[in-house]
Design a protein around this ligand. Structure first.
Ligand SMILES: Nc1ncnc2c1ncn2[C@@H]1O[C@H](COP(=O)(O)OP(=O)(O)OP(=O)(O)O)[C@@H](O)[C@H]1O
Ligand SMILES: [Mg+2]
Length: 149
C-alpha cells in the first residue's frame, strides 16, 4: 500500500510524526529516504518527541546508530555511509525484539531489513514544502493508508 501526503511546513511534518507515533510500538521498523536536507532527521526528531523522548536527537551519520532510552527504546540508524558495506546490526534479532527502529537511507541496508516495514520518502517541493510518499509493506499496509492525505 502506497499513499502520499504533502506537508507545507514543519508543523505539518510534526503532525505526521505524531500520527505515526500512535501506531509505533515494540518491533516497529521505519525506513526513511530522500535527498540531503529533505527532512529525514527532522522527522525522526519529531517522532522521538511524540514518543516521549526528551534527549536531543541528532543525526547518527558518523556513529551509524544511536539508542534513545525509552519504552520501548528507539534505535536511530543513519545508513548514508554504509553503501555496499552492510554491517551485521542484528536488526531482526535484537532491535526488533525490544525496540523501535528508524533508519535514514534505509535502501543502503535493505538486504538486512525485514519483509514488513513502513517507509517514508521525502521529496523537496519548496523551502518548507515536502511530498511524503508512505509505503507500508506486509502488515504495515493499513497504517500507510491511514497516514495518507
Ligand atoms: N516541512 C518540513 N519538513 C521537514 N524539514 C523541513 C521542513 N521545512 C523545512 N525543513 C528544514 O529542512 C531541513 C531538513 O534537514 P534534515 O537534516 O532533517 O534532512 P535529512 O533528510 O536528514 O538530510 P541528511 O540526508 O543530510 O541526513 C531542516 O533544516 C528543516 O528545518
Ligand atoms: Mg539526516
Amino acid at each position: 500500500m502506497r499513499s502520499e501526503r504533502i506537508v507545507n511546513n514543519l508543523q505539518e511534518t510534526e503532525k505526521l510524526a505524531q500520527e505515526l507515533a500512535e501506531h509505533v510500538g515494540k518491533g516497529f521498523v521505519i525506513g526513511l529516504e530522500g535527498d540531503l536536507g529533505a527532512g529525514k532527521t527532522t522527522f525522526t526528531k519529531y517522532l522521538g518527541k511524540a514518543l516521549g523522548i526528551r534527549d536531543t536527537i541528532n543525526s547518527p551519520t558518523f556513529t551509524i546508530m544511536k539508542v534513545y532510552e525509552n519504552d520501548p527504546p528507539l534505535y536511530h540508524i543513519d545508513a548514508y555511509r554504509l553503501e555496499g558495506d552492510v554491517p551485521d546490526l542484528d536488526l531482526e534479532e535484537y532491535i526488533m525484539d525490544d525496540g523501535v527502529a528508524i533508519i535514514e537511507w534505509y535502501k543502503n541496508i535493505e538486504t538486512i531489513l525485514p519483509d514488513a516495514f513502513l517507509s517514508i520518502e521525502f521529496e523537496w517541493l519548496g523551502e518548507t514544502k515536502r511530498r511524503c510518499v508512505i509505503e507500508g509493506r506486509g502488515h504495515y499496509a493499513e497504517i500507510a493508508a491511514t497516514l495518507g492525505d
